[in-house]
Design a protein around this ligand. Sequence first.
Ligand code: HEC
Ligand code: HEC
Ligand code: HEC
Ligand code: HEC
Ligand code: HEC
Ligand code: HEC
Length: 384
Amino acid sequence: MKKKGLFILGTILLALLAAMACTGTAGVDGADGADGADGADGAAGAAGAAGADANATCDDCHNTGLELKAIQVQYAASTHASGGNFERNTDNCGGCHTGQGLALKLAGEYVMDGSADNDKIANPAPIDCRTCHDIHETGTDADWALTTTAAVVLDLGAETYDKGKSNLCAECHQARTSYDIPVTAGLVSGKIEISSSRYGPHHGPQSGIMLGVLGAGISDSASVHYTLTTDGCVECHMSDAYGSQAGGHTWSMSYEYHGSDRGLNASCKECHTSATDIPSYSFNRTTRPATNVEAIEGLMADLKAQLILAGYINDSNSVLGASGSSASSSNKLLLDLGEAEALWNYKTIQEDRSNGSHNPTYVKDMLAYAIANMTTAGYAVPTP
Ligand code: HEC
Ligand code: HEC
Ligand code: HEC
Ligand code: HEC
Ligand code: HEC
Ligand code: HEC
């Protein structure tokens, strides 16, 4: 029994000793092993999509060709480039006279509204490529698009001019609203009162003449050159260029050839099929036959003589007031309707400057009516 008891006790003691040995502190970690060798390179990725080239379409226009150059040279020779009246930049003038004004006019600003707010276009520029084309809007050749081709409701009279690409021209080449076409409703104490030496439709009333709506006292009548063309003004004034003298972006209708003055009549020949059939615009304008232009020049000279005889204008076409000097608000010209109509028709044909080519029949009617009115008023055409 004693031996068995000692053995049990010994076992317990050994177990205790073993348990005590297990509570000792942990040993220090061994050093890190050496790095493994680099892995093999991965396969190259697929190529990305090409980035956008901001200049890719510039050579639609800026390229090795000479078309842009040729047009720049024509434009430089034009009155749009060199006329020099672009300092007329106020809200009553700047819409037509500055390069940047047309966009404002189309947006309903810079129109002749008689307001005296005196807005001015800063740094006015001449009419140029950007006035008529959408240059640099997209940087592609879509930018040759015209800035407007919408029909034009004329400022004076509100008739609609609608002839394709020439709607652009009509925005500016139309009568101003400064003075009304004389009608019965405009009479003040039985007279038409004229209070400016510049009485008339202003310079450039061509679209109203083409449409046949600017004449006083006669029925409206659109030109065959309006009804039968697709693009109105553009068809005659921008037919194939003759150097930098006529056609294309010079907009001119005449040029000099070995010292003689010639009409640009390629467009006329589209309809007037032989040279001799071009009624007023022969190849050689210096020796042209006595036809339509001479007829209209002759009638204009007759009417001018009547108006000078009556004391209503001077030789340089300025309108005179009652006292004989320039008409003004303190020196009004008071006219019966028929004579005011005659004066209006004269000033309008003078400012149209095509000697009737824009609307031959209508212009002859305007003149015949005016001459008859002046004759009735006691101013027969003086014999030279
Ligand atoms: C639709 C034709 C057209 C395209 C496309 C075009 N341009 Fe022009 N660029 C013009 C015209 C027209 C002018 C003015 C020429 C003039 O006044 O006689 C001009 C003038 C310039 C000028 C001279 C400075 C100035 O503004 O008058 C620079 C610079 C120019 N372009 C750069 C470019 C770049 C860059 C691109 C492409 C992102 C481009 N253009 C695309 C027609 C174009
Ligand atoms: C933004 C207004 C504007 C537009 C658009 C415009 N013109 Fe003009 N045009 C003028 C002005 C203003 C003048 C006179 C410039 C000057 O004397 O400074 C003129 C001058 C002219 C002349 C020259 C007259 C002369 O005495 O030599 C012709 C021809 C002409 N324009 C035809 C056209 C035709 C055709 C179009 C259409 C393709 C057109 N114009 C578009 C405003 C315009
Ligand atoms: C509706 C457009 C329009 C408005 C508004 C306008 N003009 Fe003009 N003006 C023209 C056009 C077009 C011509 C060129 C006509 C032509 O050559 O047959 C012109 C020509 C002129 C000329 C040149 C005449 C010459 O014989 O050389 C002067 C100066 C002028 N305008 C002054 C003015 C003034 C000042 C105003 C503002 C009070 C004004 N214009 C408003 C369209 C306009
Ligand atoms: C007064 C308005 C006006 C101005 C200013 C003007 N253009 Fe034009 N341009 C036109 C009209 C209108 C046409 C269309 C002619 C036609 O169809 O016969 C045109 C046609 C063109 C064309 C042919 C377009 C095509 O689609 O093929 C080019 C190119 C051009 N113009 C370049 C110019 C350049 C360059 C300038 C400046 C140096 C300029 N234009 C200034 C009115 C203008
Ligand atoms: C049937 C062809 C034809 C049409 C269409 C036409 N014109 Fe003319 N235009 C002429 C002729 C011809 C002259 C006289 C030129 C001359 O005798 O030197 C002229 C003269 C002019 C003048 C005087 C300055 C110059 O160059 O002699 C202006 C400005 C003018 N036209 C603008 C216009 C405008 C703007 C339109 C459209 C509203 C237009 N024309 C439509 C043929 C045309
Ligand atoms: C779209 C066709 C067309 C074009 C383009 C055209 N004409 Fe006409 N023109 C006519 C028609 C049609 C008549 C009326 C019939 C006639 O009298 O021959 C006419 C009549 C005339 C008249 C009046 C004739 C008279 O005896 O009273 C004159 C002047 C005239 N044209 C000049 C021109 C000039 C100048 C040009 C070129 C700058 C031109 N025409 C371009 C179709 C055209």
